[in-house]
Design a protein around this ligand. Structure first.
Ligand SMILES: *Cc1c(COP(=O)(O)O)cnc(C)c1O
Length: 370
């Protein structure tokens, strides 16, 4: 049996008619850039989220970069973020001219360790970017409290967590602004690149839009130097077709996640499983387990691939230990939890349409390899 890591084709099959029609409509109207399909999706996403404004952009990386710029963050500033994420989260901090400051992760969910944030705050600190990793929320009540106490902006990186909740409240609604990616493999994915921010702060939304449009909201009136970052009409129209299904897909991922946990729970001494802290707060963008050691992980990853089971590592190296951050001079002991987790983690196949049969095959194969 073959088990893919994700299966975007199955999802397309279930929506083939409406998606083809949506793409055809955009072409018929030649609404390729900007226009009604883009504003329609922005309104729908903001409404579904319960946010005042949504501004669509070219991808999830730009969404974070533009949020930082719109908040006025740049040279001389420091921005605190987590040590396990995709490099997008931290590279954009440097691109504004600010310095990323990394914090180790907590051992269960591998999101930013809230107990280690305050020791990294300096007079230069301007913002915190928590990442809701793998679809599970960071510890938002503590992060909100720290931001309030130290007067810091809060930017939530929700690229892996569309509509995930923390104590019943949607992630992305805790801070000043939240960022999303619609990369095809994300829980809500386009058929190309896409991204967005949501915020309740109208001025901030306008600033993001302005910087994303070469620094102008009014044609030829460039107030600052910006960038070119926009969602195209075809992607927006596809996202509008997919949006009504996101809760159903998230629920299916949650069910698949809990099924994996049930099947593997007895072997907890050898397989560390994701912890579900809050029912339905986890939307399992990634199902990440941890094995006994790096050599066991590498052996099992290889053997699963040989058995037709695609797998991945999210992510093999903590951000601060990547070559890109040599300048910061970090060593593994600075981030012991992240360093240990990254060396042992393995992501199993996860997508809404995964069948029990496929999951049983993954679990049996995995257990046979322990
Ligand atoms: C995917 C991702 C991004 C970047 O999104 P793109 O659309 O690929 O630019 C940022 N942060 C996290 C945590 C991600 O997983």
């Amino acid at each position: 049996m073959k088990v893919p890591f994700v299966n975007l084709g199955m999802q397309y099959d279930s929506l083939r008619g409406p998606i083809n029609e949506a793409v055809q409509n955009v072409i018929d109207e030649t609404a390729f850039i900007g226009g009604k399909f883009v504003s329609k999706f922005e309104n729908e996403f903001a409404e579904e989220y319960g946010a005042k404004r949504c501004v669509s952009v070219a991808n999830g990386t730009d969404a974070i970069y533009l949020s930082l710029r719109a908040l006025g963050i740049g040279a001389g500033d420091e921005v605190i973020t987590t040590s396990i994420s995709w490099i997008a989260t931290s590279e954009v901090i440097s691109q504004t001219g600010a310095q990323p400051v990394f914090v180790d992760v907590e051992p269960d969910g591998l999101t930013i360790d809230v107990e280690k944030i305050e020791e990294k705050i300096t007079p230069k600190t301007k913002a915190i970017i928590p990442v809701h990793l793998y679809g599970a929320p960071a510890d938002m009540s503590r992060i909100v409290q720290i931001c309030g106490k130290h007067n810091l902006y809060l930017i939530e990186d929700c690229a892996q967590a569309h509509f995930s909740t923390y104590h019943g409240q949607k992630v992305g609604t805790f801070g000043d602004i939240a960022t999303f990616s619609f990369y095809p493999g994300k829980n809500l994915g386009a058929y190309g690149d896409g991204g967005a921010i949501i915020t309740d702060d109208e001025d901030l939304a306008d600033k993001v839009r302005m910087i994303a449009q070469h620094g102008s909201l009014v044609k030829h009136h460039h107030l600052v130097e910006g960038v070119n970052s926009r969602l195209d009409g075809i992607q927006a129209a596809i996202l509008s077709v997919k949006l009504p299904h996101i809760h159903d897909w998230n629920r299916k991922r949650f069910e698949a996640g809990t099924y994996y946990i049930q099947q593997l729970r007895e072997h907890g001494d050898k397989v560390k499983l994701p912890v579900i802290k809050d029912a339905h707060g986890h939307i399992f963008h990634v199902f990440c387990i941890r094995l006994e050691s790096e050599s066991v992980r590498d052996r099992i990853a290889h053997a699963l691939s040989e058995a037709g089971i695609q797998n991945g590592i999210h992510y093999p190296t903590p951000l601060p230990l990547l070559k890109a951050y040599d300048r910061l001079g970090h060593v593994p002991e600075d981030f012991p939890v992240a360093y240990d987790a990254c060396s042992r983690m393995l992501s199993l196949p996860m997508f809404p349409e995964i069948t029990r049969e496929q999951q049983d095959y993954v679990c049996q194969t995995l257990l046979g390899l322990l």
